[in-house]
Design a protein around this ligand. Sequence first.
Ligand code: GDP
Ligand code: MG
Length: 732
Amino acid sequence: MKTTAKVWKLEKISKTTIALAGNPNSGKTTLFNAITGARQHVGNYPGITVERKEGSITIKNTRVKLIDLPGTYSLSAYSQEELVARNFLIDEKPDIVVDIVDATMLERHLYLAVQFFELGIPVVLAMNMMDDVKKQGLRIDKQKLSKLLNCPIVETIARTGQGKLELLEVAINEAKDKKKPWVPLKISYGTDIDLALDEMEKIILDHQFMTNRYPARWIALKYLENDSEIIRLGQQDSQVAEQLMVIIENVREHCLKTLNIPPEAIIADYRYGLINSILKQNIIIQEKPRHERIEFTTKLDRFLVNRYLGPVLMVAILYAMFQITFSLGEIPMGWLESFFAWISTSATKLIPEGLLQSLVVSGIIDGVGGVMGFVPLIAIMFLMISFLEDSGYMARVAYMLDRVLRIFGLHGYSAMPFIISGGIAGGCAVPGVMATRTLRSPKEKLATLLTAPFMPCGAKLPVFMLLVAAFFSEYKAQMMFSITLFAWVMALLVAKLVRSTIIRGKSTPFIMELPPYRLPTLRGIYIHTWERTWQYIKKAGTVILAVSILLWAAMTFPSLPEGQVNQFAAERQAISSSIQDNTKRELALLEISNHEGQTALRYSLAGRIGSSLEPLSQLAGFDWRTNIALVGGFAAKEVIVSTFGTAYSLGDVDPESADTLSSRIAVDPSWNKFTALSMIVFVLLYAPCVVTVVAMAKESSWRWAIFATVFNTTIGFGMAVAIYQIGTKLFI
Ligand code: GDP
Ligand code: MG
């Protein structure tokens, strides 16, 4: 008996790989979470930043591996996501694709399904959002649609998990059946294209041209669609490629001449035509009058994306979002601040005075504390953004700004990275850079990545406040507003510059339907917020720790030679014994400590770097002390004010209480209005901080991250020099 049981088990456990595909916003993530729960693994596809999510679950003796493919509208090569999805299907050949379609927008969503059919991979359709279909008073004839598409269909409501088990069962069954080779669907695209396709297919088959990887007709189709990746890969067999190119050139010319549209547009038209001809056969039946959701969305959009009112409301909503973020964030930030202050004092007490204490307190705790202090702010901001995204409003923001951003070679989706990075003063470029993920075209993404760090992030603000208070105290609000405006202008202009030079290329069309407004679920928002916040903590925590230790070392070593230290000690001794009055003595002692601190700083590596940069930096009006602060600011912009304080002999200056430092600078003979302006502009534009650079490298490549560092610094310095030179020559 025992042995049979064992054998039975061995026989029955089988494995199935299911790829989850669908348009963005079809409910993929929701369904994936509903199926896998906590059993999921999140990583990236090798070499790129497209997220790869995997989960597994065992159902009735079948071990199911579920892969959440990136959301795509098609299987062309327009974006990384599309390429990743398609290469995954082709190279890893999952047993079955579950294509999730939004049943309320069947026409749009079936476009992707048709492309799966053309590829030949076995598909099960998950017809999602069935609750919305019902609410709109619609019924969908599932049987008929399934027959016409020749593909099993399961109705789901991902939000409640309804239908997920049936879906898995059907998928597993289909996967078992279809261990045979893929059967691509042959669609007719009209005589011209069909003839070309046949001819190309023959050539491809005769030469075994990439047929080990792709179906022959599909290769031909991609050539006609002008698919950059397939054309690139085809170059390896240049003889065949050339033959194909001749054919497609002919077809293209012919199509343009007769119909005035390129083949890829004709192909798309025919695909939609196929879908329409199916849907027209009474698939969607209006049973009851339309429910309010669509009515509601249409009504709301009349205001929210109105030509004139829309932008005003958008600014108001975004402004409110920042107000809420900052006023809510202040409270936990205060707690964190006191917490780190407490750790700092405890460490000072516990560890005897000396290098170790200085390392732990100034190097580690202050550095990491400075970054962790931003966590509540960032978490709340992400919470707001997740809310705006899930509710459907973010798509409208992108839609409204697209017209403006397009002029500068950017995209509607560039708006969010800019705003998060500080487009409304006070953001942070790290999450901003991470938010560029929503950009589908690599070129627009790069242009956004490079310019988003120009925005006045929260860490730059103390520097601006310090300088504005010192030199433009009557125009505080106006100055801060102008700085923000200037950042936007620079970001857009520089984006235009790079988009018409080093990253030149067509802009991608804004393809995205405006989804209906939905009340986001708590679970969805929680997952989105947590994922992003955790990423920030991880990145910021590790990099900042390393950098603040390095910076501390650079400002500490080499330490003053013993002779000089003794000299200061002797001075102190002399004062202690000669001045009787307590307060006066304290003051005199402080003066000496400051002097010693300043001398030590100048003697340190950082001081030497600052001094050696002086001949160049003088052009913009910066002396060695400013240089140290600016070099330190590369580690984290928060460091600028505190380093400034040290360099101006004020000991440890809290960025919040910059008042005294600002009055000190105001009367310093080496400073004037133009030095201040020059520094403001430089701080705004120069190299992004290290954490941002790392984030940039992760989103693009190290090459671009380093480029941004050099390029932005050059632009910043150029502007600073111009302001300082023109200002001082003309007005002083
Ligand atoms: P993805 O972009 O495909 O991953 O889509 P998401 O899973 O993020 O879902 C997009 C939005 O649709 C979210 O606000 C979900 O809560 C919502 N959603 C997902 N499935 C359903 C559903 O079956 N019914 C309804 N009414 N909303 C859903
Ligand atoms: Mg998703």
